[in-house]
Design a binder for this molecule. Structure first.
Ligand SMILES: NC(=O)c1ccc[n+]([C@@H]2O[C@H](COP(=O)([O-])OP(=O)(O)OC[C@H]3O[C@@H](n4cnc5c(N)ncnc54)[C@H](OP(=O)(O)O)[C@@H]3O)[C@@H](O)[C@H]2O)c1
Length: 252
């Protein structure tokens, strides 16, 4: 299938490792022009090298901590430098935050900002020029935890909020030509991931988790998540507005 993405300008927020790196390399293989954001310059430069080898005609790297900066101003500066993005992928997030379900506003605000609100703040800058142009793709990396509502309550709640944002705002955007959606991964493993160390030490938790929670009986890979995101970035997803799509090995 020709996804017709060659030359498209793609921003990936949280691109230096794991799923985000897989996403960046997926777009590189489609010969997209990439702007990659993360905190680690070293990892970004490694990604750049791989992305250019994979076929990306451009891979610009921007070091930024989106939890510490003014995200609207940051997004405005990116627009000034690179112009309107064809595709924006928000990948920053995770469950390695407070697990204290009785924590106060600081804990909950952090979880919400990390998994949703920092991206929403940037969208307030990225989306209006897409609407003006009548086309664009805004793709969030959510989690199957958003619907299973298991594990860390702060994480699951923040991703559920993100899904609700995508459904409601995605519907508003649908007639404008801007498609907003999310992909909801199940458990994914890669070198350095949360699950990687348990796999390496042959921890019985792994077998137990897979047996009870992931019917495919294995972890997903960043490439498998990237495949869905690259597809959603293409014109082939043209009737899939405001969707939250599971890519989860039949999580249960
Ligand atoms: N892994 C899983 O099993 C799984 C399952 C379901 C959903 N997800 C979701 O998938 C997404 C990626 O997960 P992952 O496991 O690949 O995470 P990860 O290994 O922690 O990677 C996250 C990416 O975001 C960047 N990042 C983190 N904090 C940042 C910040 N404050 N400012 C800018 N960049 C930042 C990281 O790079 P730097 O460290 O260089 O900044 C990295 O490139 C998350 O939204 C997560 O909730 C993951």
């Amino acid at each position: 299938m020709d996804l017709n993405l060659k030359g498209k300008l793609v921003l990936i927020v949280g691109a230096s490792k794991g799923i985000g790196k897989g996403i960046a390399l997926g777009f590189a293989a489609e010969e997209c022009r990439i702007v990659a954001i993360a905190r680690s310059e070293e990892l970004l430069l490694r990604l750049k090298e791989e992305a250019l080898k994979c076929g990306a005609p451009m891979c610009e790297t921007v070091v930024c901590d989106i939890m510490e900066c003014n995200t609207q101003k940051f997004a405005r500066n990116l627009l000034k430098k690179y112009g309107v993005f064809d595709v924006v992928v928000h990948n920053v997030g995770g469950s390695l935050i407070s697990r204290n379900h009785l924590g106060g506003a600081d804990d909950w605000n952090y979880a919400l900002k990390f998994n949703a609100v920092a991206a929403i703040d940037m969208n307030s800058m990225f989306i209006p020029p897409m609407i003006e142009r009548g086309t664009g793709r805004v793709i969030h990396v959510s989690s199957i935890s958003a619907v299973m509502l298991r594990g860390n309550p702060l994480y699951a709640s923040a991703k559920a909020f993100l899904n609700a944002y995508i459904t409601t705002v995605g519907r508003q955007l649908a007639p404008t030509g801007v498609l907003m959606c999310s992909v909801m991964p199940g458990a994914v493993a890669f070198p350095g991931s949360y699950w990687d160390k348990f796999v390496k030490e042959k921890n019985p938790r792994v077998e137990d988790f897979l047996k009870h929670h992931q019917a495919a009986n294995r972890f997903g890979t960043p490439e498998e998540i990237a495949n869905a995101i690259v597809f959603m970035a293409s014109d082939k997803s043209s009737f899939m507005q405001a969707t939250n799509i599971p890519v989860d090995g039949a999580n249960m």
